[in-house]
Design a protein around this ligand. Structure first.
Ligand code: AMP
Length: 120
């Protein structure tokens, strides 16, 4: 699969500081910020700072250091947001996954019971 990254996507603009964001956590390779249209009391997006389109792109091409930093950012978000009662992590990819922003992001949702995973 060819992954062609579009650096005009909105999360690339956030990473370049062209658009503001509500940062929750940041390390050398990942940024976590609040979703602008929250679907739950906790709705944070974790993104890599590198140019990856989707989870499978990131898993295939990101360095071990980038992948570890991404997982550490998830752990920090869960700790900082206090989702002891549980959470859901969602990564939408491409058309069938209904991915709107073509820069890999993991949704961390929590703060209420989220119901079953898929509505249909
Ligand atoms: P997805 O369908 O997985 O690509 O979801 C993209 C998410 O990005 C949606 O939940 C949007 O609400 C969110 N979003 C879009 N623009 C922004 C922004 N400028 N800041 C924070 N979240 C955003």
């Amino acid at each position: 699969m060819d992954f062609v990254y579009d650096d005009q996507n909105i999360f690339a603009k956030i990473l370049r500081g062209e658009i503001p964001n509500q940062t929750v956590f940041e390390n050398d390779h990942a940024l976590a910020f609040r979703d602008v249209y929250p679907q739950a009391p906790v709705h944070v997006l974790v993104i890599p700072k590198g140019p990856y389109m989707s989870l499978d792109h990131f898993a295939r091409d990101a360095s071990a250091e980038e992948q570890v930093a991404f997982m550490q950012a998830i752990a920090e978000v869960c700790r900082l947001e206090g989702v002891e009662d549980g959470f859901r992590a969602v990564a939408n990819a491409r058309e069938d996954g209904v991915q709107e922003v073509p820069h890999y992001h993991l949704h961390i949702l929590g703060g209420r019971n989220l119901g079953r995973m898929l509505a249909k």
